[in-house]
Write a new protein. Structure first.
Length: 256
C-alpha cells in the first residue's frame, strides 16, 4: 500500500503542478489503534511555484482525492495555508507534523516545521480543539448501552489529549499509547485500555462494544477539568515574523 500511496502522490504533483513537501498518515493508523478495515488517511503539505502566490485573487489552497475503492483518502494544504494554521496552533496540523508514518519528505523541511510547531503551540487553542472533539464524540457514547468501539476511542483519545495539556508543558503527541503510558492514570484503567486496543486491532470498524462505565467516568472527569481550566491556559510563544521568514525560505530554495 505504501508504494501505491507514493505513486498517487507523484500523480497529484503532476496533475496540480505542485511540489509536495511532506506527506504522512493521520487518523487511527497514525494514532496507533487501527481496525483491520481502516482506510488510509494521507495528509500532505505542498507548495506552488513562487509566482502562484503573487496574485490579488484568492486561490484554492487545498487538494482532495479519494480512490475509487475509498481505501485511500488524500487531503493536502498549501504551504501558506499551513503556516497560517500553525500560527493559530491548529490541533490537526500539530498532529500531522508528528506522524510516525511518513510517505514523502523533502529534505530538511519537516524538521524545521516541527521546531516551529513546538514554538507556535498554544495550550489554550489546542485545549479548545480537543475539548470540542471530545464533547462531540462523547455525546454519542455516554448514554448508550453499547457503542462502536471506534467512536469510544475517538472520545477517549481527545479526552486524554485534554489531560496531557493540563499535566504537560509540550503539545500532545499524536501516538495514543505515548499519552497512555506517560500520563498519570490508574493502572487498572490503563490495562483495560490496552486490552481494548488489542481488541480493536481484530475487529472491523463497524464493531459494537458493550458500554465501559469506567472509561466513560474517566472521559467525563477529563472533560470537566478541561472545561474549568481551558480559558486560563497560556497562548503561543512564537512571533509571526519567524513564520514569514520560513515561508520565504521554502519558496526560494524549494528544499531541493
Amino acid at each position: 500500500m505504501k508504494e501505491k500511496i507514493k505513486k498517487e502522490l507523484k500523480e497529484i504533483e503532476s496533475r496540480h503542478n505542485v511540489t509536495i513537501l511532506y506527506a504522512c498518515e493521520t487518523g487511527s493508523r497514525a494514532w496507533g489503534f487501527p481496525s483491520p478495515d481502516s482506510d488510509y488517511d494521507v495528509r500532505m503539505i505542498y507548495m506552488h511555484e513562487p509566482d502562484w502566490y503573487l496574485s490579488l485573487s484568492e486561490k484554492k489552497d487545498t487538494i482532495e482525492f479519494m480512490s475509487d475503492d475509498r481505501e485511500l483518502d488524500v487531503t493536502g494544504w498549501d504551504l501558506k495555508k499551513c503556516l497560517q494554521l500553525l500560527w493559530k496552533s491548529n490541533g490537526s496540523l500539530l498532529e500531522r507534523v508528528q506522524s510516525p508514518i511518513v510517505y514523502l519528505e523533502t529534505h530538511g523541511f519537516i524538521s524545521e516545521l516541527r521546531q516551529l510547531a513546538a514554538r507556535c503551540y498554544s495550550p489554550i487553542a489546542t485545549m479548545h480543539h480537543y475539548l470540542g472533539l471530545a464533547r462531540n464524540s462523547f455525546e454519542g457514547v455516554d448514554n448508550e448501552a453499547s457503542v462502536r468501539l471506534k467512536h469510544l476511542f475517538y472520545a477517549l483519545r481527545a479526552s486524554m489529549a485534554c489531560k496531557w495539556i493540563v499535566d504537560q508543558d509540550i503539545m500532545p503527541p499524536i501516538v495514543f499509547i505515548t499519552m497512555l503510558n506517560e500520563l498519570s492514570i490508574d493502572n487498572e484503567l490503563r490495562n483495560k485500555i490496552k486490552d481494548l486496543i488489542n481488541l480493536k486491532a481484530d475487529k472491523k470498524e463497524s464493531y459494537v462494544h458493550p458500554k465501559e462505565p469506567e472509561l466513560n467516568h474517566f472521559i467525563r472527569n477529563q472533560l470537566n477539568v478541561a472545561k474549568d481550566i481551558a480559558d486560563a491556559l497560556p497562548g503561543r510563544k512564537e512571533k509571526h515574523v519567524d513564520l514569514d521568514i520560513f515561508f520565504r525560505k521554502v519558496l526560494k530554495t524549494k528544499w531541493k
